[in-house]
Design a protein around this ligand. Structure first.
Ligand SMILES: NC(=O)c1ccc[n+]([C@@H]2O[C@H](COP(=O)([O-])OP(=O)(O)OC[C@H]3O[C@@H](n4cnc5c(N)ncnc54)[C@H](O)[C@@H]3O)[C@@H](O)[C@H]2O)c1
Length: 285
């Protein structure tokens, strides 16, 4: 996809960080924006920013872990704008911890948002996007971006739930690209694998609905979340740079869209270890 003017973007997790910057960048590129987030006040702020920038925008409060809510998001997007050209399944949460110590509720929360949320996005939108593509014309140019993470292509200690959810998202995105190509669809697919970006991700539990008392104190979550918070504040890229890289990646038709200088080094070390039948080195948080 080369031309964004007059097209429509749907972005989940648009109330903060990368999603908000994507919504603003899409607006600045001349797109209409459908912004979705579970946090209503944060979503309202994004909607106001995009509207003030002069773009047409629809805000839809959406919990991506609820398939009915994601279906309602798709209904609302197509009802308002008639077509969707860029779908960015971006909402995500961070859950750290030692794999065997994290509770079932912890695992379910992170998988619900980071994996099932992306899958529900595909289930609700892809059939409509395929119909849109089949109708031909300018609306046939469509691109889907799923946000995984550098933790979706390389592993690290103390972050089992997040790493597993992001590997699942990356594998789902590869499967999506293969499935679409196998069915003769030209819909573009990219997997965003950000390194550190200066967002609110280390404070993800602010939107956790079911947090059992005491869970928030789990030291193996909080010491990593705290370290991550410092890391992204000190070394994270501004989210607007990540959004610019996403748009560059879409224009270039890249499947992997990375944002950090360590991407190639990490991947090279991982692949060397895999070929040696050895455990890939873990990145330090
Ligand atoms: N910031 C980083 O360093 C980094 C690195 C790699 C990957 N990522 C990924 O980038 C994506 C965006 O995160 P961010 O860094 O901008 O964090 P962020 O916390 O600033 O933004 C995430 C947004 O997702 C929303 N959200 C949470 N649960 C939701 C749900 N159930 N339904 C809908 N929206 C929900 C939050 O309300 C928030 O607005 C996530 O998938 C994250 O895992 C971030």
């Amino acid at each position: 996809m080369q031309d964004f003017e007059g097209r429509t973007a749907v972005v989940t997790g648009a109330g903060s960080g990368i999603g908000r910057s994507m919504a603003e960048y899409a607006a600045a590129s001349g797109m209409q924006v459908v912004a979705a987030d579970v946090q209503a006040d944060a979503l309202d702020e994004t909607v106001a920013l995009v509207r003030d920038a002069g773009a047409e925008v629809l805000g839809v409060v959406t919990d991506v872990g609820d398939p009915a809510a994601v279906e309602a998001l798709a209904d609302a997007a197509f009802a308002r704008f008639g077509a969707v050209h860029l779908l960015h399944n971006n909402a995500g949460v961070f859950q750290a911890g030692v794999s065997w110590q994290r509770t079932r509720a912890d695992w379910e929360w992170v998988m619900r948002v980071n994996f099932w949320g992306v899958l529900y996005g595909l289930q609700s939108f892809v059939p409509r996007l395929l119909e849109q593509e089949a109708r031909g014309g300018p609306d046939a140019e469509i691109h889907i971006v799923n946000t995984s993470s550098i933790a979706g292509v390389s592993t690290v200690a103390y972050s089992g739930p997040y790493v597993v959810s992001k590997f699942a998202c990356a594998a789902l995105t590869e499967s999506l690209a293969h499935d679409l190509a196998a069915q003769g669809s030209a819909i573009g697919v990219s997997c965003l694998v950000p390194g550190a970006v200066d967002t609110q991700i280390a404070r993800s539990t602010r939107n956790r609905p079911d947090e059992p008392p005491g869970e928030a104190q789990a030291p193996d979550h909080w010491f990593v979340a705290d370290a991550l918070g410092h890391l992204i504040r000190d070394r994270g890229r501004p989210p607007v740079e990540a959004a610019a890289l996403v748009f560059d990646g879409i224009r270039a038709g890249r499947f992997w869209i990375d944002t950090s200088e360590s991407f190639e080094t990490l991947l090279a070390a991982r692949h060397a270890a895999l070929l040696d039948r050895a455990l890939p080195p873990g990145a330090q948080v």
